[in-house]
Design a protein around this ligand. Structure first.
Ligand SMILES: Nc1nc2c(ncn2[C@@H]2O[C@H](COP(=O)(O)OP(=O)(O)OP(=O)(O)O)[C@@H](O)[C@H]2O)c(=O)[nH]1
Ligand SMILES: [Mg+2]
Length: 447
């Protein structure tokens, strides 16, 4: 998790109170060393980082700002290695990507996530190829994923992966797909058979990118296996999946540098929107507790339909926000990914993101209750919340099975939210919003 690392940096920087205090700098460096090692950053990486940070801070003059700047510079250098950042399209479409990795590392899920990311955020036409025909279940898994995110799939249990890839590439060319993602079979360990199969698929596919998917929970092992795949097959990027789990996060800091191939994405959940691009400048900004407004803006602008947003704002201003708008908003929120990762991108909000834990909007009992309630309403009631008299509320409480008390509570919340939204969209709305943000920002690292 990035939050743990963000905390480490914050604590270390907090140790420096006065300028030119060498003792304080030593303390800060020791603190940083301890917490980075605890987060599973490789000891060599930690050592190098600290040497440079100490030197740079002393040169510029010991102080909070210079220490922060030195860490920022050195982290950026550490994370930036030769190669592409994020997702890069080939000059001539389709961009062909081969997904490889050990068994259960998250290849299939990540393939779906990348397709979803390209479709929703980059508005691209994507084709997935099931080149994992080892197990019938594997093809079925891809069928389910691609149906859910509405992405085209090439699969045929009776054909060899190589044959299928050939066919898919012809189809992609003919039907003008922007990207072809090839999901391959995993093995328990790196063996010759796997390598040979992957090599022959690679020869046929001539991929623009080879993404190695590694399970973040395996820590330093992820780096060792990625290095082996780099040497044997050649990879152009690494994706760390299951970054949401107990992984301490440190492996993400050293990986690019240790493997010599850039880390491109982080997988932070089982669902399709749970994928984040790993772009060094932006990640460093987040690690320093300064948020990543660029990624946030990219994500929201791609998902939020501007026309609809304006329409809703108008309704809010007029006090006409209703349950249908509420449902539409929830659908959009779902596409944005986890609330936690969104909050982590807002400056000073990473602390709040942590408090939120793994709040899952879709599955929270509160949200489920609201949805059940709305589905028990008549179309007229959905349009006009004021229609909800006590007898109607009683009917809805029985119909949705959530009980009168809860219906009343949700109604109160809904009215409160609509009122708040109206206030914020008014003349002084931006100022009020800023005041709220400033209050929340109290705990951030000074810039
Ligand atoms: N929490 C969490 N779980 C994940 C993530 N990515 C994948 N998983 C889970 O990990 C398990 C294995 O994922 P798959 O995508 O099937 O892995 P695979 O590499 O395709 O596995 P094989 O095809 O058997 O080699 C599944 O239960 C996924 O839901 C992630 O980012 N976070
Ligand atoms: Mg798979």
């Amino acid at each position: 998790m990035l939050d743990t690392l963000t905390d480490s940096f914050k604590n270390a920087i907090g140790k420096i109170r006065f300028n030119d205090d060498e003792k304080a700098l030593k303390k800060a460096l020791t603190e940083l060393k301890k917490s980075l090692l605890k987060a599973d950053v490789h000891h060599k990486v930690v050592k190098e980082l600290l040497v440079v940070v100490e030197k740079e801070t002393k040169e510029k003059g010991i102080g909070k700002d210079n220490f922060l700047l030195a860490i920022k510079n050195e982290l950026t250098t550490l994370l930036t290695v030769k190669g592409n950042q994020g997702f890069v399209f080939a000059s001539k479409p389709p961009t062909v990507v081969l997904m490889i990795g050990l068994q259960g590392s998250g290849k299939t899920t990540t393939t779906g996530k990348i397709a979803y990311f390209l479709k929703e955020q980059k508005k691209k036409k994507v084709l997935i190829v099931a080149a994992d025909l080892q197990r019938l279940a594997a093809v079925e898994q891809l069928r389910q994923i691609t149906a859910q995110i509405e992405i085209d799939l090439v699969a045929d249990e009776d054909k060899k992966p190589q044959e299928l890839v050939k066919e898919a590439l012809i189809k992609a060319e003919k039907e003008m797909y922007d990207v072809v993602l090839i999901d391959t079979a995993g093995r328990l360990a790196i063996d010759e058979e796997l390598m040979d199969e992957l090599k022959s698929i690679k020869d046929i596919a001539q991929p623009d990118e080879l993404f190695y998917v590694a399970d973040a929970m395996t820590g330093q092992d992820a780096i060792r296996t990625a290095t082996t795949f780099k040497e044997k097959i050649g990879i152009t990027g690494v994706i760390l999946s299951k970054f949401d789990g107990d992984s301490k996060g440190g492996v993400a800091l050293g990986l690019s540098n240790q493997v010599g191939v850039p880390l491109r994405f982080l997988g932070n959940g089982e669902k399709m929107p749970h994928l984040e691009q790993f772009i060094p400048d932006r990640i460093v900004s987040r690690l320093m507790g300064q948020g990543d407004l660029e990624s946030l803006a990219e994500r929201t602008s791609a998902v939020i339909d501007e026309k609809q947003a304006k329409h809703i704002t108008r309704k809010i201003k007029k006090g006409q926000f209703n349950f249908n708008d509420f449902l539409a908003q929830m659908e959009q929120m779902k596409k944005l990914g986890s609330m936690k990762s969104m909050l982590g991108m807002i400056p000073g909000m990473s602390g709040m993101a942590k408090q939120l834990g793994d709040f899952d909007m879709e599955n929270s009992s509160e949200v489920k209750a609201i949805k059940a309630m709305i589905s028990s309403m008549t179309p007229k009631e959905r349009e006009n919340p004021d229609l909800l008299t006590n007898s109607r509320k009683r009917r809805i409480a029985t119909g949705s099975g959530i009980g009168q008390v809860r219906v009343n509570r949700v109604m109160k919340q809904f009215k409160g939210a609509a009122k708040m939204a109206k206030r914020l969209s008014g003349k002084n709305g931006m100022k009020q919003m800023k005041d709220i943000m400033t209050q929340m920002n109290g705990g951030g690292i000074p810039r």
